[in-house]
Design a protein around this ligand. Structure first.
Ligand code: G1P
Length: 272
């Protein structure tokens, strides 16, 4: 069973500058909770027990958010208002932290989780991809596919042609409804994307991914790409892609962030 998840949260959030100079993307508010709170809730609902958060020196707000604040608690207690904190409790789950000293890409961030994963399959959840599903949390959907096939699985979303250049895009062979065996994956294709199925920030990996990451060189932009490690894995073992059910918002895209806020207002989905 998948009980551990890595959340890579070390990047600079350059797509969201200038606000990310001081506020990490993961801390953007959605109602009275930050984006990362929803991610941690999804993991908890998917049965995850331990999270490794890969952070960096400018991400201390995340660490503080999931910690207690004795001063605030004392202040609220003195005014009989402690309930204000317990109405929105922080998910009860173990969170471990490691710092990624240089922003050398998603692949580099994941490699910091080798010891944490303990040689077992594990999840990777990108904190800027919020997916709301009324039926089953997005990661839970992937865990179900992993349990059946016992191979790495990537969460996919059907994506408009003009947005595919933001994502890893797969070429896949249908295996069953909504499930594909991945034949190729291209990171941020500038032209001729191999399909409309984009990697949507949810992954289950078998431990072999670490060996692939170790052999990779950084790309021209100085980043070790997770997509390259996935591509390298395809030769050794099957990797599946699972179409995820649920509404996806890429917080890295301003229009998605604003849409999330307006959708929540429209549907009165309560952004607690
Ligand atoms: C990363 C991955 C990409 C994936 C995307 C999902 O890109 O490299 O394959 O589709 O996340 O959000 P990034 O958003 O870090 O540029």
């Amino acid at each position: 069973m998948i009980k551990k998840a890595i959340i890579p949260a070390g990047g600079y959030g350059t797509r969201n500058l200038p606000v990310t100079k001081v506020i990490p993307k993961e801390m953007f508010p959605v109602g009275s909770k930050p984006v990362i709170h929803y991610i941690v809730e999804e993991l908890k609902e998917s049965g995850i027990e331990d999270i490794l958060m890969v952070v960096s020196s400018h991400k201390n707000l995340i660490v503080d958010y999931f910690d207690s604040s004795l001063a605030l608690e004392a202040f609220l207690a003195s005014r009989h208002k402690l309930h204000l904190l317990s109405e929105h409790p922080i998910p009860d789950i173990r969170i471990h932290y490691v710092r990624q000293p240089y922003a050398k890409g998603l692949g580099d961030a994941i490699s910091f989780g080798k010891q944490f994963s303990g040689g077992e399959p594990f999840a990777v959840v990108l904190p800027d991809d919020l997916i709301f599903s009324a039926k089953q949390p997005a990661l839970g959907q992937l865990i179900e596919a992993y349990t059946k096939y016992q191979c790495s699985v990537i969460g996919l979303k059907e994506t408009k042609t003009e947005e595919l250049h933001h994502y890893g895009v797969i070429k896949g062979k249908p295996v069953e409804k909504g499930l594909y065996r991945i034949q190729d994956i291209v990171e941020k294709p500038k032209q001729n994307p191999p399909s409309h199925f984009a990697a949507a920030g949810r992954y289950i990996f078998t431990p072999g991914i670490f060996e692939k990451l170790e052999t990779l060189e950084a790309d021209a932009g100085g980043e070790v790409q997770l997509t390259d490690a996935i591509k390298a894995s395809l030769r050794a073992c099957d990797v599946y892609g699972k179409l995820l059910e649920g509404d996806r918002y890429d917080i890295g895209l301003q229009k998605d962030y604003l849409k999330l806020i307006t959708d929540m207002l429209k549907t009165e989905k309560n952004p607690q």
